[in-house]
Design a binder for this molecule. Structure first.
Ligand SMILES: C[S@@+](CC[C@H](N)C(=O)[O-])C[C@H]1O[C@@H](n2cnc3c(N)ncnc32)[C@H](O)[C@@H]1O
Length: 274
């Protein structure tokens, strides 16, 4: 396994995205083979299934979703989009640049006999035909770090939403960028600055479901601060309706929960397009 945290000099934002797309495509078969995917296939076969935890489910249910149009940006296998479909949403469209993961989304939709559309595209290049098309835009768990610039990213979110539409963000807390991947002895010891400004290069693969590493296509992760997230939203004329930092692990670090000196592990943000 090789892992180096420094990117080669002179990589453009497009270079980062191209490398990341290859890295995600490379990981798709590994994710498809996980017991977690089989569990999702089985789950969606049950009407009304949701992959969201109770906390997120309660928050989502405060929005009246019946018949609402929903976009999931960087949808991966679209398990969250399909869970929202299962609480009554209308048109559901998942966007991602990995065709292989979108195919897994189609499989999950078929398992649940759920109607959804899947669009293969780099996020900033979502076609104009989707402008002002959605009541809700959803981004969850491990999306923002792939985006070179959050102000640009939330401009795309705003572009696809109708006036009055909402964004729903449920993400890992950016403070976790300071700590090594995977489980650690408690309390964990930071090995990166919160304010790191160069992309983080990883060559150990994206098989986070099993935690296994492999000699992988290099991918690039950007450290964004919480203030970058909030300002990216606000600069695009969203009004923040709810923003809460949470002690819940929504990724791969359950041992970080229930500590006496608790780190924030995730956050939820709802904002309305003005
Ligand atoms: C960590 S996954 C999201 C996981 C999903 N929320 C879940 O929990 O199942 C991130 C996804 O973002 C996609 N992605 C990353 N950068 C992208 C970009 N610039 N344009 C489109 N999709 C992108 C990847 O292909 C991947 O499917």
């Amino acid at each position: 396994m090789t892992d180096s945290t420094q990117p080669p000099a002179g990589l453009s934002q497009d270079d980062l995205k191209t490398a990341n797309q290859a890295g995600w495509d490379e990981a798709a078969d590994l994710h498809r083979a996980h017991p977690q995917f089989a569990a999702l296939l089985e789950g969606f076969a049950t009407p009304g299934f949701s992959c969201f935890d109770d906390f997120a489910n309660r928050r989502l249910r405060t929005l009246e979703m019946t018949g609402k149009s929903v976009a999931q940006l960087c949808c991966n296998n679209a398990r969250e989009l399909l869970s929202i479909k299962n609480i009554g949403a209308g048109r559901c469209v998942g966007f991602d640049f990995s065709q292989a993961f979108l195919d897994q989304g189609r499989e999950l939709a078929a398992a649940g006999q759920l109607e959804a559309e899947f669009v293969q595209t780099e996020i900033s290049a979502i076609p104009d035909e989707y402008n002002e098309s959605f009541d809700l835009a959803v981004m969850t768990i491990g999306v923002l770090g792939w985006m070179p610039n959050l102000t640009t990213f939330f401009a795309t979110v705003s572009r696809v939403l109708r006036p009055g539409g909402r964004l729903f963000l449920y993400e890992d807390h950016p403070i976790l960028n300071m700590y090594p991947d995977g489980e650690q002895d408690m309390p964990p010891v930071p090995d990166e600055s919160y304010f790191r400004s160069t992309p983080y290069q990883s060559k150990s693969g994206l098989d986070y479901g099993s935690g296994k590493t492999y000699d992988a296509q290099p991918v690039y992760w950007i450290f964004h601060r919480m203030s970058d997230v909030v300002m990216g939203v606000v600069r695009n004329d969203f009004a923040i309706e709810e923003f809460e930092e949470l002690p819940y692990d929504i990724g791969t670090r359950p041992s970080y929960e229930n500590q006496s000196q608790q780190l924030p592990l995730s956050y939820i943000l709802f904002a309305r397009k003005e």
